[in-house]
Design a protein around this ligand. Structure first.
Ligand code: GDP
Ligand code: MN
Length: 379
């Protein structure tokens, strides 16, 4: 789960990290008010979106005076950044930047621990640094049993600074960031840039955090910040009904029992040159109401042209599934082609029941995939 910069900054502040003063605004008037409240001559106006690279997209502007704050807030509110529409901006005191550094903590699968990543070349071009001069990014694994005691944090801080005054300031920054990362079950905590100001102080002028979804149940304060996208809302609603659903953007809607079979079904569609509209695992059940619910979910996606139902009858018997499907489709009005592949216990009986219905019955998975792709290309 992602949070906005202003939310990450609030967490940073709670953990004693040096953040700049800033105020969240949803309108141009609020931005002007915030500017007056902050009291400085210059202020920075920053788009709040769940994506990085705002600076390069024109979503971060340093304003000189009230008129510019107004101008930039007007420009940035409503702006589209990588598919996200800006509906709020953060107005902050402008920091006098002397130099920019990169600090982050992420989970590293290789070392099976959190790692601290540091670079003296922080700022908007960190991706280029990572690509072209990866040696300029230092990676330090953090042993979970030891954590980041002062001697370790000091050693790390020297990777960023030579000046002892800055090293001293950096030690608690690294330690507090790690404490926040661990205590809130984050998967990423990033400060880019961490800046040295003209006055020689460290400031985190950007803040990025993502959290482990599987740990959200023990962090109601974090979960409160969850603002799902339309797709995520749908996935959430599906989860509540006992389905796993992921929208994939193609034209063949899939309804499958079992996650492994659902993935194999998507592969089969791809193999025959089609595109799955979704991943949908309905679990093991032939209950018609459940099938109706699953179909409604699948059909709520307007891109779907063909439905492919792939069911393996293990404990659920294929004839039961066939009856369930026939019942279910009496309840829903659908005029697009439906391909069904049933296999497993009582498959012959199941297929027999489907004979003479509007369903296109396939015997093998390959046949089903091919049929669905062909039908989709005709629509
Ligand atoms: P990002 O592009 O989404 O990572 O947004 P950042 O918050 O990191 O801002 C991008 C760049 O804008 C930073 O690297 C800074 O160079 C600049 N910037 C951000 N805030 C300030 C500020 O208060 N003063 C000045 N002078 N520059 C800033
Ligand atoms: Mn940044």
């Amino acid at each position: 789960m992602k949070v906005y910069e202003y939310q990450a900054k609030a967490l940073f502040a709670n953990y004693g990290l040096p953040v700049d003063n800033s105020i969240l605004c949803r309108t141009v008037d609020e931005a002007v008010e915030a500017y007056k409240k902050l009291g400085g001559e210059r202020a920075v106006v920053k788009a709040q979106v769940h994506t990085g690279g705002r600076g390069k997209a024109g979503g971060v502007k340093v304003a000189n005076g009230e008129a510019e704050v107004k101008q930039y807030a007007t420009q940035i509110l409503g702006m589209d950044i990588k598919g996200f529409t800006v509906d709020r901006v953060l107005v902050g005191e402008a920091i006098n930047i002397a130099s920019e550094y990169y600090v982050s903590i992420v989970i590293d699968r290789k070392s099976k621990s959190a790692i601290l990543m540091l670079s003296r070349e922080g700022g908007m071009d960190i991706e280029a640094v990572a690509k072209n001069t990866p040696e300029k990014i230092v990676k330090i694994p953090i042993d979970p049993l030891i954590g980041l005691p002062t001697f370790k944090a000091r050693e790390a801080a020297f990777k960023l600074f030579d000046d002892m005054a800055l090293v001293k300031q950096a030690i608690p920054v690294l330690q507090n960031l790690y404490r926040l990362f661990v205590e809130k079950d984050a998967s990423l905590a990033e400060i880019n840039p961490l800046v040295v100001t003209g006055e020689g102080n460290l400031k985190a002028i950007d803040a990025k955090m993502t959290f482990d979804n599987n740990a959200l149940f023990r962090h109601p304060d974090i979960f409160e910040m969850f603002e799902p996208t339309e797709d995520e809302k749908k996935e959430q609603a599906a989860k509540e009904k006992g389905f796993s659903y992921v929208n994939l953007g193609g034209e063949i809607g899939c309804m499958v029992n079992g996650a492994g079979l659902a993935m194999a079904t998507m592969d089969m569609i791809k193999l025959y040159g089609g595109n799955p509209a979704n991943f949908l695992d309905i679990g093991g059940s032939s209950n018609p109401t459940k099938i109706v619910e699953a179909m409604k979910l699948l059909l709520s996606d307007k891109h779907v042209k063909v439905v492919l139902i792939n069911i393996f009858g293990g404990i659920t018997r294929c004839d039961d599934v066939a009856k369930g499907l026939i019942e279910a489709f009496k309840m829903i009005d659908i005029n697009m082609p439906i391909v069904i592949r049933l296999t497993g216990t009582n498959e012959t009986e199941g297929r027999e029941l489907l004979k003479g219905t509007k369903f296109n019955v396939a015997h093998t998975m390959g046949e089903a995939g091919k049929m669905a792709v062909e039908l989709a290309s005709k629509c």
